[in-house]
Design a protein around this ligand. Structure first.
Ligand SMILES: NC(=O)c1ccc[n+]([C@@H]2O[C@H](COP(=O)([O-])OP(=O)(O)OC[C@H]3O[C@@H](n4cnc5c(N)ncnc54)[C@H](OP(=O)(O)O)[C@@H]3O)[C@@H](O)[C@H]2O)c1
Length: 348
């Protein structure tokens, strides 16, 4: 296949397309015409997307469903609509994370060719085909399935960059992961362990076994114990979920410890958890502890680094459940109900 050539051709001659031509120019996809709950998601037959010069077309085999996709589906916090569409999503197909096979490449693409198995971030991965920038893809690790690869990109890049934001972890340091049972947390626990830290994960009762299985040295069930009870102090807190106040975070840190605020879901509808993160940045210069935040990106260098860790067996994606494409709304309801253990994959 030549550079820039699409795998799917549209009819060149006039007249109505045949059923065969129609099938090759369209695809099955989940679409949403408005922001909202899982109820806005439905299956449709729509045109295959066209690639730009710096993009590839991926035949999607699996897609990850996580908090980022949840936010875009809901259009929350509202500030997100400035980028994704004011009244409805500009791209009606949800889904960010993907793993699949390259079927066409743009004229400026140099790192991939048709047939390559890749994972990364695309535009609308809840579909048979999705476009993705070359710069947001890497080769899929050979030792994991497409399902496993599809749940890596956003969450694992976030965990990696949150740990980097904390500077060097030295072996034996005590690291606390709030939200250890979720998408980002399940990678954060493993990455912190790989760096030699003594890791404590915080989660709800039903997910204690999962967090232990990820390698955490200690697990705090937040329904029974307060991580900020003043008994233990941590060199690093990765604050991924739970929205603790800054004073509670500081109480659980050592005198010179660092907290990296990565997420939180209980902020206002307009800016989400940004308010807490900005207050942390404003306070940090005036105290002995360091409070910082991370705004994660998904570049190919980090994806390749993660692929290396996966191939070495250091990092294992935790797929709690998989759903077929036509069941995306059920998958979203399951996620919404807080039942997900680690990540959810959508198979296509
Ligand atoms: N900064 C960035 O660039 C970036 C990138 C990606 C995600 N995020 C944000 O990071 C946050 C987490 O994302 P995610 O994908 O990991 O979400 P997720 O998959 O929903 O995981 C969150 C986990 O936190 C647990 N949890 C809830 N309340 C908790 C509490 N009080 N203490 C400890 N754990 C608690 C939940 O399960 P249980 O309570 O049942 O254990 C769940 O497993 C979200 O707010 C997301 O928007 C930020």
């Amino acid at each position: 296949m030549t550079s820039g050539q699409q795998a799917a051709e549209t009819p060149l001659s006039g007249g109505s397309p045949t059923a065969e031509q129609q099938a090759s120019s369209t695809m099955r996809a989940i679409v949403q015409e408005a922001y909202g709950s899982a109820d806005v998601l439905h299956m449709a037959q729509i045109p295959k997307p066209k690639i730009a010069e710096n993009e590839v077309l991926v035949r999607v085999h699996a897609a990850g469903l996580g908090r980022g996709t949840w936010h875009v589906t809901r259009g929350l916090p509202y500030a997100l609509r400035l980028a994704y569409g004011l009244r409805a999503p500009k791209n009606p197909v949800p889904g960010l994370d993907l793993a699949g096979t390259v079927v066409a490449i743009g004229a400026a693409v140099t790192r991939f060719a048709a047939g390559d198995q890749v994972f990364g971030v695309g535009k609308g991965s809840f579909a048979e085909y999705a476009t993705a920038r070359e710069s947001q893809l890497a080769r899929k690790p050979a030792n994991i399935s497409f399902e496993q690869a599809s749940v890596v990109p956003v969450s694992a890049c976030t965990a990696l960059q949150a740990l980097r934001a904390a500077s060097q972890i030295t072996p034996g340091q005590k690291v606390l992961v709030l939200g250890a049972s979720g998408g980002v947390g399940s990678y954060a626990v493993q990455l912190a362990k790989a760096a030699g830290a003594e890791v404590t994960g915080v989660c709800s009762t039903g997910k204690v076994d999962l967090v232990s299985s990820l390698g955490a040295d200690h697990v705090i069930d937040y329904t029974k114990q307060d991580f900020a009870d003043g008994i233990e102090h941590y060199d690093l807190i990765l604050d991924i979920a739970g929205n603790p106040t800054l004073s509670r975070l500081r109480r659980a840190l050592t005198a010179t410890g660092t907290a990296v605020i990565t997420g939180g879901e209980e902020g206002g509808s307009w800016t989400g958890s940004m308010d807490r993160q900005l207050r942390a940045l404003a306070l940090s210069p005036f105290i002995s502890q360091r409070l910082t935040m991370v705004f994660a990106t998904q570049g190919s260098a980090d994806l390749e680094h993660l692929a290396g860790l996966i191939e070495a067996g250091t990092l294992v994606p935790a797929v709690g459940r998989s759903y077929p494409l036509e069941q995306v709304s059920n998958a979203m309801r399951y996620f919404d109900a807080g039942k997900a253990r680690g990540k959810i994959a959508i198979t296509i």
